[in-house]
Design a protein around this ligand. Structure first.
Ligand code: ZN
Length: 150
């Protein structure tokens, strides 16, 4: 049940004006489709995505080896490049965590936190992998904040 913004009396479903005070009721705007700023799927051509899905998966599956293969095989594909960049961002995160944990290993807490972060990044990698399966191009939420690799 909706109520008139002017007089507060209950409104009938689909009413254009309030029956009591005549206040014109703004027709509810069609919901704007939620645009995810990290979702870049629309920026890539469907053919590019379908052709280079497998290449985009390689770094996630095979690590650095897959990364090199992907770079050699499809460095001209924007879709493959996008996922290579996401993979590199995750690698940078892992490297930072590894360095912090190594330097601060005597603190006990930092290596534990680092271990948890590595597990989170592993989950992110799995999520990325399944996104490629679905032909999407989304920046993982955690690493999308890292603008320096764009
Ligand atoms: Zn009213």
């Amino acid at each position: 049940m909706k109520f008139c913004p002017n007089c507060g009396s209950p409104l009938e479903e689909g009413a254009v004006t309030c029956a009591k005070c005549g206040e014109p009721l703004s027709v509810q705007a069609a919901p704007v489709p939620y645009a995810d700023p990290a979702d870049h799927t629309g920026e890539f051509e469907a053919a590019d995505i379908s052709d280079n899905k497998v290449v985009a998966m390689l770094p996630y599956l095979m690590g650095v080896v897959g990364l090199i293969i992907a770079l050699l095989a499809r460095s001209d594909s924007p879709y493959a490049k996008f996922h290579i960049r996401q993979y590199l961002k995750i690698c940078v995160c892992e490297a930072i965590i590894a360095i912090c944990s190594a330097v601060l290993c005597w603190t006990f807490l930092v290596p534990i936190a680092g271990g948890i972060c590595v597990i989170i990044l592993l989950v992110v990698r799995v999520i990325c992998f399944f996104q490629i399966c679905k032909g999407q191009a989304k920046e993982p939420a955690i690493v999308s904040k890292l603008g320096f690799l764009k």
